[in-house]
Design a binder for this molecule. Structure first.
Ligand code: SAM
Length: 230
């Protein structure tokens, strides 16, 4: 599918898929969205802790990079796994302006290493942050109780409804440790119903700029007799 680079309203870049009229990030601000949905409402729950994170859709690496930066401020040790079936191209990567927009020149080499690192291997960014990129389809994720936090950042329900199904959320539920948390920018009723069906407890939170609401789902093992069953 044809893709082009666009600038979002906070100045940060993203990738636009023409056929679907869908972006990798919110047009209202890629960085703002990542900070609000995944950091403020996700990572910040784990201050001063070791956190194992699963990202659904590694894409441009923006969420991973912001997580690296913020984890230093919150004194966290991070094991980050990014799943992605269709990695972006070198040209697309070069067009992303995240290091500049985040005023993170001191971490330019980290952003570069995140992308240069081999797929399927553990890449140490420093002594407190490891990144494993897995080239894999979301439909094949079968980890059991590995993660404290999931960043669920698939394309929207409008274009990929199959990725917001009970099959996928059951996989997410199974992959979380007890009391683990999933955050996503989405706030549709149909998504909430799928999450609840597999046993998640779902909260509606204020969304990032340009979006009224978003969901945070918590694993709630007592509610789900089928937990860990595919
Ligand atoms: C909204 S974008 C992710 C943006 C990313 N988190 C970032 O910060 O740039 C969704 C991602 O899901 C990937 N994707 C779409 N369908 C997939 C599938 N079935 N399995 C794995 N990855 C998929 C796309 O290639 C895309 O990178």
């Amino acid at each position: 599918m044809e893709r082009e680079i666009i600038r979002t309203e906070d100045g940060s870049t993203t990738i636009h898929i023409k056929e679907w009229n869908e972006n990798y990030h919110s047009k209202h601000g890629a960085i703002q969205e990542a900070k609000h949905v995944f950091i403020k409402n996700g990572l910040a729950l784990f201050e001063n802790k070791s956190v194992s994170i699963l990202e659904i859709g590694f894409g441009t690496g923006l969420n991973a990079f912001i997580t690296f930066i913020e984890s230093k401020r919150m004194n966290q040790s991070i094991k980050y796994t990014g799943v992605e079936a269709f990695p972006i191209t070198k040209e697309e990567l070069q067009a992303m302006n995240y290091v500049d927009e985040l005023e993170a020149n001191e971490f330019q080499s980290v952003f570069d290493s995140m992308h240069a690192g081999e797929w399927g291997e553990i890449n140490e960014m420093d002594s407190a942050f490891s990144l494993t990129k897995r080239q894999q389809r979301f439909e094949q994720i079968d980890d059991i109780e590995q993660f404290d936090l999931i960043y669920f950042d698939a394309f929207g329900y409008r274009v990929q409804p199959e990725l917001w199904s009970t099959d996928i959320f059951q996989r997410m539920y199974n992959s979380l440790k007890k009391e683990g948390t999933l955050v996503t920018y989405a706030a549709r009723g149909v998504v909430k119903r799928s999450m609840i069906e597999v046993g998640f407890k779902v909260e509606k939170l204020a969304g990032p700029p340009g979006k009224r609401e978003m969901f945070r789902a918590t694993k709630n093992i007592q509610n789900n007799p089928n937990a860990n069953v595919f």
